[in-house]
Design a protein around this ligand. Structure first.
Ligand SMILES: NC(=O)c1ccc[n+]([C@@H]2O[C@H](COP(=O)([O-])OP(=O)(O)OC[C@H]3O[C@@H](n4cnc5c(N)ncnc54)[C@H](OP(=O)(O)O)[C@@H]3O)[C@@H](O)[C@H]2O)c1
Length: 313
């Protein structure tokens, strides 16, 4: 039985990836920071562990055929982004090389530039770019087989954007929206999970490995502005009979004030200034990098799927 370690396997995408891996007959191990964790998915081995501890990480990956990395953060200062998006990848490459693990599939983000990471509009994208660069360069030097997937925003039951927009409109009378005109190409979580598993399973065959690009963009079939997505979440969840709330596109300075205030709220912010910066560049397929079609995946339409989970609100 082939075995894989899934870093970030407890998250939104990770749980779907683990589910699919187990149905494909993989033995799956998931580390987590949670104390006394329950398995995110039946049949998965879960271990309480700090993945940033290089020795613990090396021990964890020992004897496995592959590692999938889904660990990421959306908010933080520069040092935290560097720690989670870059230093962890350095430790991961070193652990895999030391322990003879030949294969890594890494989930990054659309809009990342691994050649010129510092040109990214936000610290999120810049740090993701530096992480990709570390992974791809050191992997090449060490003959580690790496595939990077770059998804646009990901939708599915339990997503953090359509569900949030629907909830906000159920409560607030208007939607003052930052980044209203930013474009996205939302991709279904099941398609992203399928892409991760297909990329992983193509590797053992030398012929298909040669054919698989090192970087693949994961986008859905349609482009939406953020304002479109807010209205769609209201329509599908039935806020005000589907009419939703009036959406006001905030000018840049007001969007920054709103984001600064949200950063001060307790807990994970709904929006940060860095998130705003990410939206300065449209989050749509670049046209320069292969998409899901190279993995034989036709990405699903958003509306019929989102209607099912938003319709229950
Ligand atoms: N969701 C999207 O719309 C979207 C869009 C583009 C790209 N992506 C990328 O897809 C990947 C998965 O995203 P997701 O939405 O599934 O994320 P998620 O639900 O937030 O899950 C992130 C996972 O990473 C772990 N984690 C978080 N912070 C960590 C830290 N500081 N140290 C160690 N582990 C940490 C968490 O594990 P524990 O809490 O169990 O330790 C969690 O399982 C990420 O690389 C993300 O950038 C997501």
């Amino acid at each position: 039985m082939k075995s894989v370690v899934v870093l970030g396997g407890t998250g939104f995408v990770g749980q779907q990836v683990c589910r699919l891996l187990t149905t494909h007959g993989w033995a799956v191990t998931v580390p987590t920071r949670t104390r006394s964790p329950a398995p995110p998915v039946t049949g998965v081995t879960v271990r309480e562990l700090d993945v940033h501890d290089a020795d613990a990480l090396a021990k964890l990956v020992t004897g496995h055929d592959a590692v999938i990395n889904l660990v990421a953060i959306l908010h933080g200062d520069s040092a935290t982004f560097e720690y989670v998006h870059v230093a962890l990848l350095r430790k991961l490459v070193s652990a895999c090389v030391r322990q003879g693990v030949p294969r890594v599939v890494h989930v990054s983000a659309l809009g990342v530039d691994e050649v010129h990471p510092q040109t990214g509009p936000s610290e999120y994208l810049r740090s993701k770019g530096r992480g990709e660069a570390v992974l791809l360069h050191s992997a090449q030097a060490a003959s580690l087989d790496v595939t990077v997937l770059r998804p646009s925003v990901i939708f599915g039951a339990g997503d953090k954007f359509l569900n949030m927009f629907a909830k906000l409109q159920a409560v607030f009378p208007v939607m003052p929206l930052a980044g209203a005109h930013a474009k996205f190409q939302p991709v279904w979580v099941d398609d992203v999970a399928a892409a991760v598993v297909r990329a992983l399973e193509r590797a053992p065959d030398a012929h298909s490995r040669a054919a698989l690009p090192r970087i693949i963009e994961a986008c859905g079939p349609n482009v939406y502005t953020l304002a479109d997505l807010v209205r769609l979440s209201a329509r599908l969840s039935g806020v005000r009979g589907g009419a939703g709330r009036p959406v006001f596109a905030l000018p840049g300075w007001m969007a920054r004030v709103q984001a600064s205030m949200m950063e001060l709220a307790p807990g994970e912010p709904l929006m940060s200034r860095d998130n705003l910066d990410s939206m300065k560049v449209d989050n749509i397929a670049s046209g320069k990098t292969p998409g899901l079609e190279v993995l034989g995946i036709t990405p699903a339409q958003l509306e019929p799927i989102a209607a099912k989970y938003l319709g229950h609100k």
